[in-house]
Design a protein around this ligand. Structure first.
Ligand code: HEM
Length: 399
């Protein structure tokens, strides 16, 4: 029998505005209510604690991705998986083996100086000591440049990358306009197809060329798989990193003792980067579906039951992070956050995202920023998937 005692609490999760304002008291209530709680409206379990999120994420055999990773996909059947995230072993294992080399440590390290140079240039163009919008002026630009570089998209097209990815994220303004959304997505698909075609003829030094020519014992991605993967990559690496950077800088403006700690000790940039990821958790939640009758944290789950892994809640779990789980602290270590997920689908771009965040912090420190002050109300996006900051007025103080 399923334990469905906590329905009223989790019904709030069905409300489209749940990431708005302050969802954390609700998350704390979900964690206190049990290892899993049932959302009657949505028809899915919610794993709000760190222990159950990692247990479900780690086990791709008993908790699959092929039946959807977002709650609006419950009951949807795909003829072919729309993204790599919707695949399960053994297909996912093969897929991952084919794309992993393009994101290996060596490749990412080789990109680091270029990413750092881009962050430095960007910060040098941002006005200090007067209000700016941290999203439009800084956070939105670097991830677009980086994904543009990684994919080999010509610089003249980079301004389109933002619009393309906005058209791919449920809940954004562009998504709400189907005609515009479809037009932008068609444009993105055409651009990626062009890049693939030209990389086949003349290999470049970029991820698309590497994927086109990657060969694993005679196996390689088909054209359809390649198109699906590139579409996903463009979105996955853009919105998420942007919101980590903007949300992280907002966190500094709201916890004014933390930036001076970085100024005083540059060695804290790496732990600060992970704390930003924990604190902002740009991907709020992903879902799995039980493939067999199972037991999660002592709660029986029936085969076919969807389970939402609420990363944003797990990242504030006192049982994992201690009594100060609700405190933004740049020196937090250890920090086993789940902002990049957990298990075989662990974020492919994690190293890249970490470099982008750290490069932004370093560039601001190099520019002599001594404080980050709030300069107006922060506006957040309405997506239930991405914890997005749409507008955040701050002042970067240098004097
Ligand atoms: C702060 C930035 C980022 C966050 C918070 C983030 C978050 C996540 C999460 C939570 C997952 C797990 C999906 C699941 O378990 O179903 C994931 C997977 C993935 N991410 Fe990221 N991501 C970020 C940046 C990036 C970047 C920069 C790229 C690429 C350039 C990227 C590419 C991917 C891909 C391809 C997957 C699918 C992996 C698989 O299914 O095996 N992400 N990401």
């Amino acid at each position: 029998m399923n334990d469905r005692r906590h329905e009223p609490l989790t019904e709030q999760l069905a409300d489209e505005v749940f990431p708005h304002d302050d969802p954390f008291p609700l998350y704390a209530g979900l964690r206190a209510a049990g290892p899993l709680v049932w959302n009657a409206t949505g028809g899915y379990w919610v794993a709000a604690r760190h222990a159950e999120v990692t247990a479900v994420g780690a086990d791709a055999t008993r908790f699959c991705s092929g039946r959807g990773i977002l709650t609006f996909e419950i009951g949807v059947e795909y003829p072919t998986p729309p993204t790599m995230m919707h695949t399960d072993p053994p297909a996912h294992t093969r897929y991952r083996a084919l794309v992993q080399p393009a994101f290996g440590r060596r490749v990412v390290r080789a990109l680091e100086p270029t990413i750092r140079a881009a962050a430095t240039k960007l910060v040098s163009q941002v006005r200090t000591d007067e209000p700016i919008d941290i999203v439009a002026d800084l956070a939105a630009i670097l991830p677009v440049q980086v994904i543009g570089m990684v994919l080999g998209i010509p610089e003249s097209e980079w301004h389109r990358v933002w619009a393309w990815s906005e058209a791919s994220i449920p809940g954004t303004e562009t998504w709400a306009d189907p005609d515009r959304r479809n037009a932008l997505r068609a444009e993105m698909t055409a651009e990626l197809a062009n890049l693939v075609a030209s990389a086949r003829v003349t290999p470049r030094d970029d991820v698309i060329s590497q994927l086109v020519h990657e060969d694993l014992d005679g196996d390689r991605l088909s054209d359809d798989e390649l198109a699906m993967f590139l579409n996903q990559l463009l979105v996955a690496g853009n919105e998420t990193t942007r919101n980590a950077i903007s949300g992280g800088l907002v966190a500094f403006s709201e916890h004014t003792d933390q930036w001076p700690r970085l100024v005083g000790d540059r060695a804290l940039v790496d732990t600060a980067t992970d704390e930003i990821l924990r604190w902002t958790t740009p991907v709020i939640a992903f879902m799995r579906t039980a493939t067999v009758d199972a037991n999660v944290g002592g709660v029986p789950v029936a085969a076919g039951d969807p389970i939402l892994m609420l990363y944003a809640s797990a990242n504030r779990d006192e049982d994992e992070f201690g009594l100060d789980a609700d405190t933004f602290r740049v020196d937090r270590s250890p920090n086993h956050h789940v902002a990049f997920g957990f298990g075989p689908h662990f974020c492919l771009g994690a190293a890249l995202a970490r470099i982008e965040i750290a490069a932004t912090l370093d560039a601001l420190l190099d520019a002599g920023v001594t404080a980050i002050d709030t300069a107006g109300a922060v506006q957040r996006s309405r997506s239930t998937i991405i914890a997005g900051v749409t507008n955040a007025p701050v002042v970067l103080r240098t004097r």
